[in-house]
Design a protein around this ligand. Structure first.
Ligand SMILES: [Zn+2]
Length: 401
């Protein structure tokens, strides 16, 4: 069952996918032997994986894709497909299988052009003779036009094409599309399950694994980053100090500015890592001449790349801020738990002193209002309110009674 190893705490989903992969395999085998193909299959051509951030939507989709491509001889002996070791499983999991396309975007939306390209790809027969699998990690980012292009392909799929769409929730996907998909809901894995996978797979020390799993409340990707990335730890520490710094207006405004600067810094770092090389690669592809002069007619392509990079920067900045707001919400949730005397395990045990101080100097009602202020800030950012304004308003509300 190796392909499912990284699918953490999703037993029901795993069972369904495993059954579908088994049916899909029977289908391929029967067709290859020119035998009649059984109907009423647990397999279908379009799937929609939803679940909160960090629940492992794309990991589950990728595991399913691997199981669909599994060619292990054990299958014939009644073993379920998805051994994790055969060529089909392995190349899918490392991202080099010719018949598995993973679309991940670092932009805020997926447009018509890119979707047309995908739909064209979906018409191809699988080179390996099994399934043509397309994983769309951010189906919630399809523009309406792109959704309509995709709809056609999902409605009338090529016989061996499988679409695996991922999105945070059903509501994030166009109704016409989601109604044609089989829906799977992933849940937030338990803190223990996340700690376990960090220890087992990433070799992280048990006490560190337990602490980061608790701090990120079951978000595997964030937990792993927190355990391995010094910078991510420093960010979190800074964010969790904020509730103690919003005592007067000056402190609020300074704290807000720092949050914004940190997000801008993250975006700048990503840009430095990727942009320069991307630009250089495109210049070479377009036939840059010695001295950096570009041939005629290439300005449009260069401009397009610049726009793309600008949009990516905006997105990185927004994601970074969003992470900070998640940590802040977690902090006040812990404060509320202390104030109510509830016995739940605290997410931010490591800053217990700060939690105690804030809990003792306020009331549960006030804490609830503070949580609402963080939520309102996130909503404002989603509506494209200028980030500094939204964060300043939040910081001031965190102070006011
Ligand atoms: Zn396999």
């Amino acid at each position: 069952m190796a392909v499912w190893d990284d699918v953490v705490g999703q037993e029901r989903v795993q069972e369904q996918l495993s059954a579908a992969a088994r049916d899909a395999d029977a289908h391929v085998t029967a067709q290859a032997a020119r035998e009649p193909v059984a109907a009423a299959s647990k397999m279908t051509h379009a799937w929609l994986f939803t679940g909160p951030p960090g629940s492992g939507r794309s990991t589950a989709a990728r595991a399913f894709a691997a199981a669909l491509q599994c060619t292990s001889p054990d299958r014939a002996l009644g073993g379920a497909p998805g051994c994790g070791f055969c060529d089909g499983c392995h190349t899918t999991l490392v991202g080099t299988h010719a018949d598995v396309e993973v679309i991940r975007t670092d932009l805020l939306s997926i447009g018509v052009g890119q979707t047309r390209e995908l739909v064209r790809r979906a018409q191809l027969s699988p080179a390996g003779g099994r399934w043509q699998v397309i994983i769309l990690e951010d189906a919630d980012r399809l523009t309406e036009g792109a959704g309509n292009v995709l709809l056609k392909a999902v409605e009338e799929p090529a016989p061996r094409t499988v679409w695996l769409l991922c999105a945070p929730s059903l509501e994030d996907v166009l109704p016409t599309i989601r109604s044609r998909c089989r829906h799977l809901t992933l849940r937030t894995p338990s803190v223990a399950a996340v700690a376990d996978v960090l220890i087992r797979r990433d070799g992280i020390e048990p006490d560190v694994a337990a602490a980061v799993a608790r701090a990120t409340q079951g978000h595997i990707g964030r937990a792993r980053r927190l355990a391995t990335d010094e910078r991510a730890r420093a960010r979190r520490t800074a964010v969790l100090r904020l509730p103690l710094r919003v005592e007067d207006i000056g402190g609020c405004l300074r704290a807000a500015q720092e949050l914004i600067d940190a997000a801008a810094d993250d975006a700048k770092q990503v840009a430095e890592e990727i942009d320069a090389k991307e630009t250089e690669d495109l210049k070479v592809a377009l036939g840059a001449q010695a001295g950096g002069r570009m041939p005629r007619g290439t300005a449009g392509a260069m401009k397009e790349l610049e726009d793309r990079q600008k949009r990516r920067k905006t997105r990185t900045q927004r994601d970074s801020l969003d992470l900070a707001l998640t940590d802040l919400t977690g902090f006040y949730r812990d404060v509320l738990a202390l104030q109510m005397g509830s016995r739940v395990a605290l997410a931010n045990e490591d800053v217990q002193d700060s939690l105690d101080r804030v809990a003792q100097s306020s009331t549960p009602e006030r804490t609830l209002r503070r949580i609402e202020a963080v939520v309102a800030c996130r909503e404002a950012l989603e509506r494209n309110v200028a980030p500094l304004l939204a964060v300043e308003a939040m910081a001031v509300a965190l102070r006011a009674g």
